[in-house]
Write a protein of this length. Sequence first.
Length: 179
Amino acid sequence: MKFIRIMAVFTAIGILEAGPVKHAVESEALKARVFNISFASSIISIDGIFDESAWSRAASTDNFLEFQPGDNVEPPVPTEVKVTYDKDNLYVAFKAYSDPKDIRATLQKRDQAFRDDFVAILIDTYGDANSAVMIGSNPLGVQLDALNTGGDDDDSYDVIYESKGKITDEGYQVEMAIP
């Protein structure tokens, strides 16, 4: 797993009703984005706090486009993402900047937080730029995942992963471990 193609990492800005995976998969601006990630230099504890030394050495980016409500436009607030892995997991850390009073986050059942703010990673497992697995979390760690095979999103698809979120003075941050 020295190289993984990640089609998109995004923060939902508006209310998502039109299949977030499908729209991101179809985005020409995002199809060519690729991450080269390195092996984690230390153990990562999924607690929503990025205090492990592995995060300081992880691949990172803040170069994103908004696709809802905008259409491949510069987002109104920045998001930073770090990615690394070990023999058991892919680790992703998101720092989404926002005024804390504007953050939409509710504690609810898995896959029920699509109307909240959330961050997610879309993984093109077949390398076909047509299908993807979306794995994400709202600011409180509520998990959101879906499968897209070029058509509608299937949110009955459940990935087993760990996520923790935390609202901060600068916005929110989420950590995920994906086996």
